[in-house]
Design a protein around this ligand. Structure first.
Ligand SMILES: [Ca+2]
Ligand SMILES: [Ca+2]
Length: 449
């Protein structure tokens, strides 16, 4: 079945009036945030900050006009509610600020029922509140996306139902192309005057979305192989944001934003209930001491298992050569040819919570004579974070003399590093060398303080 047929089939079901409200069954509450603490809980939420340009997606991939910050002006707790506030103010070369929060590295789940009580601001025109989830691993759209609440679309503005229309949608990969399926619901009254209950149920068969008990979205996900729906059977994390302008709204310039500002999206609570087959990750019991990324040493408290946890990827221009290890039997021993960049990465199959290493160091042994600039990095929920090794600059213990040396980099030296949500624990990328070079790395580990 192709994607177009899926849409057609779902549209027929909708036309036939088969989207009946589902009675709520008694379910086990497994995660919640009532937003009744003194401040936003950092064990549950982290911020996406900036305009996306640092990740190569200026405007967060949607031509959004705002700069996201982690300041209380844009996100805070007030009277038992999470407030996300969009403001008109110049910040980071943008004319608006707002906030985008996510549970990446703090709460991931597969299957479950989510219930949230949310009040949106007056959206006319140009505000775009969103309550949604993204697959934890992989590149969009192959990581999967499910939107439970989006409002302020260009079509809603054109139809004169900006504050009444709510949309739900799914996005995934179908044979290497983006596939989408979405449905809208027009409420009989404005949704910005009060709180409404948004419910998403996800089990091995369906993703369904309702507002105030009225289901308006259903997507069948059980035909995994036939319809390429693997994306909807993996863990996801939650996001909440209030965008200003952007392609969804069709409001593309600062001058065209007419919504009253500041505008506040308020979330009273989010509760997650268990469904059959549910999985929940909260980053509990994180490792400490010495954590072996690529080390055979006996004194590691824990270590990566390359037959399950992680893979060593050779990205470009590296071929294995035979050489003695620094310790144990194995080491990274590679030759890079002149004239092309080279790089490698230790990629995890799932996020790892390394938050106990914040005051610690990344340590490894390295042996090389390369004079080229290279960089050592870690990928976390904030994207890549790199430390440059420029010949003649800070070397963190490396001497480029062809002998083994220990390199020790404090994690505090990495910018924009979210140790709570690490996805690639060790990366190396080098400028093209002028002549062939050999690079040896061994005994890579995280050391806490
Ligand atoms: Ca509350
Ligand atoms: Ca070794």
């Amino acid at each position: 079945m192709n994607f177009q047929r899926l849409i057609a089939a779902a549209a027929l079901l909708a036309a036939a009036g088969l989207f009946a409200p589902q009675p709520a069954a008694a379910q086990t509450l497994v995660w919640q945030d009532e937003f009744d603490g003194p401040s936003i809980d950092g064990e549950k939420w982290i911020y996406d900050v900036g305009d996306g340009c640092q990740l190569g997606i200026c405007g967060w991939g949607n031509s959004e006009l705002q700069y996201y910050t982690s300041r209380p002006e844009n996100a805070r707790i007030e009277n038992g509610r999470l407030i996300i506030e969009a403001r008109r103010e110049n910040f980071g070369s943008r004319a608006f600020t707002s906030a985008r929060l996510k549970t990446e590295g703090r709460m991931h789940f597969k299957y479950g029922t989510l219930e949230a009580r949310i009040k949106v601001p007056d959206l006319r025109n140009g505000l775009w509140p969103a309550y949604w989830m993204l697959g934890t691993m992989g590149n969009w759209p192959a990581r999967g996306e499910v939107d439970f609440l989006e409002m302020g679309s260009a079509a809603a503005i054109a139809a004169g139902v900006t504050n009444r229309r709510v949309g739900a949608a799914v996005h995934w990969d179908y044979n290497g192309s983006q596939a989408d399926y979405g449905l809208d619901h027009n409420s009989a009254f404005d949704l910005n005057n009060d709180f409404h209950t948004y419910r998403m149920t996800w089990d091995p068969q369906f993703i369904r979305v309702s507002i105030d008990g009225q289901q308006f979205f259903e997507f069948a996900i059980s035909n995994i192989e036939g319809a390429s729906l693997h994306e909807f059977h993996h863990p996801y994390y939650l996001l909440l944001n209030l965008a200003v302008g952007g392609s969804y709204t069709g409001v593309m310039s600062n001058e065209a934003i007419s919504a009253p500002l500041p505008g506040r999206m308020e979330i009273d609570y989010i509760r997650l209930y268990q469904n059959p087959g549910s999985e929940l990750y909260t980053g509990a019991n994180p490792p400490s001491g010495k954590f072996g990324v690529y080390s055979e040493r006996a004194d590691m408290n824990a270590r990566l298992n390359f037959n399950g946890d992680a893979n060593l990827w050779l990205w470009n221009n590296l071929s294995a050569i035979s050489a003695p290890a620094y310790e144990g039997n194995q080491s990274m021993a590679f030759r890079a040819n002149a004239g092309a960049w080279y790089g490698l990465g230790v990629a995890l199959n799932a996020h790892k919570n390394m938050s106990r290493f914040g005051n610690g160091r990344l340590k490894f042994h390295m042996r090389t004579t390369t004079p080229s600039t290279f960089k050592i990095g870690i990928n976390s929920s904030f994207g890549d974070s790199w430390i440059d090794f420029v010949a003649g600059g800070q070397q963190y213990g490396l001497v480029r003399d062809g002998q083994w040396h220990e390199v020790s980099i404090p994690f505090s030296a990495f910018h924009d590093l979210d140790l709570h949500a690490v996805k690639q624990m060790f990366m190396l990328v080098s400028d093209p060398p002028a002549s062939n070079v050999d690079v040896f790395i061994d005994n890579v580990y995280y050391q806490d303080n």
